[in-house]
Design a protein around this ligand. Structure first.
Ligand code: HEC
Length: 106
């Protein structure tokens, strides 16, 4: 995908609220996340630069609606995935998606 397509706006998503949710539910237990000093989990991918990636987990299109569903219930998109369902409301997942899309390639 062309970088000119980025960033992907998430309707009504609030990146600052999304970061708070990321801290609250503990995404960093598995993922290294630029704005989370600790923990820096290493069992899943580093989310730095995620906003510039064309795919989610290398196999799903990195689009807001897909990402929101992934965050809430990744196994519903891929039964083989090791990413567990997360206890997020749709609004929380939307804010987390806005936060993740703020992570560009630097
Ligand atoms: C128990 C560990 C664990 C937790 C907690 C977790 N994830 Fe994941 N996550 C994974 C794994 C493992 C993958 C890789 C999935 C795959 O490749 O099938 C993944 C994949 C992802 C991806 C795709 C990454 C990429 O490189 O394309 C994103 C985005 C993501 N997780 C975000 C989150 C967010 C945000 C949270 C918190 C709401 C979270 N994850 C919580 C384990 C976790």
């Amino acid at each position: 995908m062309d970088k000119a397509d980025l960033p992907r706006p998430v309707a009504q998503g609030d990146a600052a609220r999304g970061l708070a949710v990321v801290n609250q539910v503990g995404c960093a237990a598995c993922h290294s996340i630029p704005d989370v000093a600790w923990p820096r989990g290493r069992s899943a991918s580093d989310l730095a630069g995620f906003g510039a990636r064309p795919m989610i987990a290398g196999r799903l299109p990195n689009q807001p609606d897909v990402l929101i569903r992934w965050l809430i219930d990744a196994p519903s998109l891929d039964p083989q995935t090791a990413m567990p369902p997360m206890p997020l409301s749709h609004d929380q997942a939307r804010d987390v998606a806005a936060y993740l899309y703020s992570l560009d390639d630097d």
